[in-house]
Write a protein that binds this ligand. Structure first.
Ligand code: ADP
Length: 270
């Protein structure tokens, strides 16, 4: 957007000379608008599960004489409650990543550690979906950042890859080091993403129609979390996808040298 300049201070230096301090308010307005949208969207998205929880609680009350009905409503209530828990924790993650606060735990992080934690966190999901997880590529590369935030970002990609893949297919997580860049890619042979959706899926709460109809219980926040987490680390996310063929999401991060105590350092320097 064009910069919009406003005078924030005017000082008369001499009878004919005034010093104006100008500020570009466009960026500030944009951030403020984003914050307002976030609050509005979030409230809207929370209304559905909160409404469902109170309806189901009422239903349980009025079905008290019928144990079978109570059981059915209670199990749906548990489902809605855990959806609500997922939604609120993702909203909090995202708002933390969007705020100007520093990332808490900056350190040298092994990419092996990031990938291992992402795979481990979704092993059960993969097993129950009948999807095989693979780890490929190089080992012993490092990035600088918050291990938990990065692990969650890769984890979100793995979770999506599993959720949008058919039973019996494979999801591969690969690591590449190209000059000063580390690439962590997550590849699936799932439903793929239509070209018109490929930019939009990184927006908060955006879900492609196909995803909505699959009832994966998604929040539409996973990829915005990935995008913000990676951007906070000076990186970017790339996407290749063909509907019906599958998708590859690639996280690119600045690479750092292996720390001094890492055994791979003796074998090979960058
Ligand atoms: P959700 O919780 O809906 O998965 P995300 O922000 O993680 O939210 O993803 C946004 C949308 O992007 C999904 O609803 C789906 O339409 C699409 N998407 C994400 N990952 C994949 C994938 N691996 N294959 C196909 N579609 C995907």
């Amino acid at each position: 957007a064009e910069p919009r300049l406003v005078a924030v201070r005017a000082t008369r230096i001499s009878p004919r000379l005034v010093l104006l301090v100008l500020r570009d308010i466009t960026e500030k307005e944009r951030v403020e608008q984003m914050r307002r949208d976030f609050v509005a969207n979030t409230s809207h998205e929370l209304k559905t599960p909160v409404g469902a929880v109170s309806l189901l609680a009422e239903a349980i009350e009025s079905a008290a004489d019928d144990p079978e009905q109570v059981r059915i409503f209670a199990s749906r209530l548990t489902g809605e409650a855990s959806r609500l828990a997922l939604l609120t924790s993702r909203i909090m993650n995202l708002s933390r990543l969007q705020s100007a606060d520093d990332l808490t735990a900056e350190r040298d992080v092994s990419v092996d550690e990031i990938v291992a934690s992402a795979l481990e966190a979704h092993a059960i999901q993969a097993a129950s979906a009948g999807v095989l997880l693979h780890r490929g590529g190089v080992k012993g590369v490092y990035v600088r950042g918050d291990a938990q935030v990065l692990g969650e970002a890769v984890g979100n990609l793995v979770a999506n890859a599993i959720a949008y893949s058919p039973q019996g297919s494979a999801v591969a997580v690969g690591v590449k080091a190209v000059d000063d860049i580390v690439e962590i890619s997550v590849t699936d042979r799932g439903i793929g993403i239509a070209e018109g959706d490929q930019d939009r899926i990184f927006e908060r709460f955006y879900r492609a129609d196909q995803a909505r109809s699959r009832r994966t219980g998604g929040t539409g926040l996973g990829l915005s979390i990935v995008k913000h987490a990676v951007q906070r680390h000076g990186g970017e996310v790339r996407l290749w996808s063909r509907p019906g063929k599958g998708s590859t999401f690639t996280i690119r991060l600045p690479r750092i040298d292996a720390p001094l105590d890492d055994p791979s350092r003796k074998r090979k320097r960058k």
